[in-house]
Design a protein around this ligand. Structure first.
Ligand code: MG
Length: 373
């Protein structure tokens, strides 16, 4: 990291790890964090967790794993252009969805409802719990023992009540301060990735057509451009040529607007970044276009009756699993039963949240179909 900007996070000046460790040899602290995330069990599970479409609906849809890789790739481009710490951005992006339940947001909503009397369930807090507590790989500590800055980036949002229990890590939510610019980049890279790949997956699924999504300004603009330049183009290539231009426009805009914000605020340290207003941002015009696209996707894709049917079934599976273990903890695998005796319902939530889509479906069958075992 030869040319880190003064407002970038410097690995030499990290606030450190909860359990002190020797400095890494050839790697930086954040490269070590990234490597630990990639080697974790939770990371491998992302391959079989839903983004929007459930795993068995098709092989070509985004999963949480390919989503996380796309987020990391977008985040790194933005970080490099702004002189930020690319390794830290990459680590945050790769870890940001580790706490997701099976079946995407339907699963999270169902588990949150199950946990209502037991402190609730929130995937973002769960991502932190995965890297802080649940991964069991190292001799000297639970979790991955990541640096403060990586954990800060993973904790994108948090209620005041939860923040109050997180000590130093939660303090910014109580003080109204910002996380590092690297964390801010990871957050918006996530948004660019999912909006664009949901357009792509929405079309691939047959639930939406490109011309329908062209009701939104950002898609219309880029589709008209591609049709003007390649009048004979159709099918998947037309979709991809449109989507790749949308991503490029958003990334370029994010870099330009953020650079202007940084130049205006002129933060000379990470502390100055934390005390400032958010500096990583889209221009107001693109922000508006993104919102329009989000509204469109919510109405026409996430609430499409076929997606709604799968969400309903997914919720049933999660609720049934939780209920079975809650009513009869003896049904839990022995290591989770041991944890249940200490942590109660939270151990059940950890077990269910850790499941992949297909494991949850199988486990549901094993528990509820009398001729399965
Ligand atoms: Mg995400």
């Amino acid at each position: 990291m030869a040319d880190l900007a003064p407002y970038a996070v410097d690995p030499e000046r990290s606030r450190g790890r909860v359990h002190p460790e020797d400095a890494p040899g050839v790697r930086s602290e954040f490269q070590r964090d990234r490597d630990r995330i990639i080697h974790s069990t939770a990371f491998r599970r992302l391959e079989y967790k839903t983004q929007v479409f459930v795993n068995h609906e098709g092989d070509l849809f985004r999963t949480r794993l390919t989503h996380s890789l796309e987020v990391a790739q977008i985040g790194r481009s933005v970080a490099r252009a702004l002189g930020l710490n690319e390794d830290l951005v990459e680590a945050i992006c790769l870890a940001h969805d580790l706490g997701h339940t099976p079946f995407g947001h339907a699963g999270q909503d169902a588990l949150n409802a199950c946990m209502k009397e037991h402190g609730g369930f929130e995937h973002n807090l769960q991502s932190l719990r995965v890297v802080d507590v649940l991964e069991d790989r190292y001799a000297a500590f639970d979790g991955l023992n990541l640096c403060f800055e990586t954990r800060e980036g993973i904790l994108k949002h948090c209620s005041r009540a939860a923040a109050a229990m997180l000590g130093e890590l939660g303090q910014r939510f109580l003080d109204g301060k910002q996380p590092s610019l690297e964390a801010q980049v990871a957050n918006l890279a996530d948004e660019i990735a999912y909006n664009n790949h949901d357009v792509d997956d929405g079309i691939r699924s047959g639930l939406l057509s490109l011309d329908e999504i062209a009701a939104t300004g950002i898609v219309r603009r880029h589709l008209e451009f591609v049709r003007g330049r390649y009048p004979a183009l159709g099918g998947r290539r037309l979709v991809h040529e449109t989507v790749r231009r949308m991503i490029n426009t958003l990334v370029t805009d994010l870099i330009a607007q953020s650079r202007a914000n940084i130049n205006a605020a002129c933060p000379l340290s990470v502390d100055a970044v934390r005390a400032s207003s958010p500096l990583i941002a889209f221009s107001p015009e693109l922000c508006e276009e993104q919102l329009e696209l989000k509204r469109f996707l919510r109405q026409h894709l996430y609430q499409h009756f076929r997606v709604a049917r799968m969400s309903w079934k997914s919720k049933r599976v999660v609720v049934d699993l939780f209920q079975a273990f809650f009513d009869e903890p003896q049904l839990l695998p022995p290591q989770f039963l041991a944890r249940y005796r200490e942590d109660g319902a939270r151990a059940i939530a950890d077990y269910v949240a850790g499941m992949t889509d297909r494991f949850a479906i199988r486990e549901h069958r094993r528990l509820y179909a009398i001729d399965e075992s």
